[in-house]
Write a protein that binds this ligand. Structure first.
Ligand code: NI
Length: 269
């Protein structure tokens, strides 16, 4: 599958879970009078499952992506890998997976029931990245229980496979654009930002500075009733060149750790 087709389908699915994304894209493209390019797109999934990173990686290869780097998030019980396309103009891809066996027993039970429902041969085609849940709707009670120990587990169990966020490449905007200016523009237009770890995560020394919106709530059907919960968010990334003059293409674990909290219901919207 061509990367352009992959990202078109992915975006069309994502905007249903990120009701603010098109408005922000429009705001940027009119402010800077240029098309918006993506820095990276990120996904969440379950480790040791038919949709684990190991199972999804060959499907990314079908789109032209090869592994680039690996990351561990001990506190959030996550492992992640980043992927780069053979065409450097294409965005990076960031896959994270939940080491669910490290959660409390009651959470493991809920996730164990979810994973039992996923057929072993589910990962066949790149369209899996916007396929949603492959299991029956969870109950509201199970959502709350998961959320109390892993907000990531709750989000993933309710939504399934989608782009969790798209990320605007600030570097691809006209020269004067920078993360501070982007944050101000979002504030001026009343978009709520994720403040965990500060609005701007990372420093020039890290070679990557990021900010993200707080995922707006969308109504999701649970087994018993519908409830509003955080959907997807939009991220903004400014990269700096390393000593050799090459733009940094990695991720900064301390920053990513806080970006994950963009779907946290406990932050005020
Ligand atoms: Ni990201």
């Amino acid at each position: 599958m061509q990367a352009t087709v992959f990202f078109k389908n992915l975006w069309d699915d994502y905007v249903k879970l990120a009701p603010q994304a098109e408005a922000i894209q429009h705001l940027f493209s009119t402010t800077y009078a240029c098309p918006i390019q993506n820095d990276h797109v990120a996904f969440r999934t379950f480790a040791r499952s038919p949709i684990s990173i190991e199972k999804l990686q060959p499907l990314l290869a079908m789109v032209g992506y090869q592994p680039y780097d690996e990351y561990h998030f001990a506190e959030k019980k996550l492992f992640a890998k980043s992927y780069a396309h053979t065409d450097p103009e294409q965005p990076l891809v960031f896959l994270s997976e939940l080491n669910w066996w490290d959660l409390h027993d009651d959470c493991q039970d809920i996730i164990g029931r979810i994973l039992q429902k996923i057929p072993d041969d589910t990962a066949q085609h790149p369209d899996i990245f916007w396929s949603g849940t492959h299991w029956p709707k969870i109950s509201w009670q199970d959502y709350l229980l998961l959320e109390s120990s892993s907000e990531y587990a709750a989000w993933l169990s309710a939504h399934g496979l989608h782009a969790n966020h798209f990320t605007v490449s600030i570097n691809a905007l006209p020269k004067l654009a920078n993360i501070t200016e982007i944050v101000k523009l979002l504030h001026d237009n009343n978009f709520a930002l994720n403040v965990a770890g500060g609005e701007i995560k990372g420093t020039k020394a890290d070679l990557l500075m990021q900010a993200s919106t707080l995922a707006p709530e969308i109504v999701v059907d649970f087994a018993d009733a519908s409830h509003p919960i955080p959907g997807c968010y939009y991220e903004f990334a400014e990269r700096l060149p390393d000593n050799q003059g090459n733009l940094f293409r990695g991720f900064v674990p301390a920053s990513a750790n806080k970006i994950f909290e963009s779907t946290d219901r406990n932050q005020k919207r």
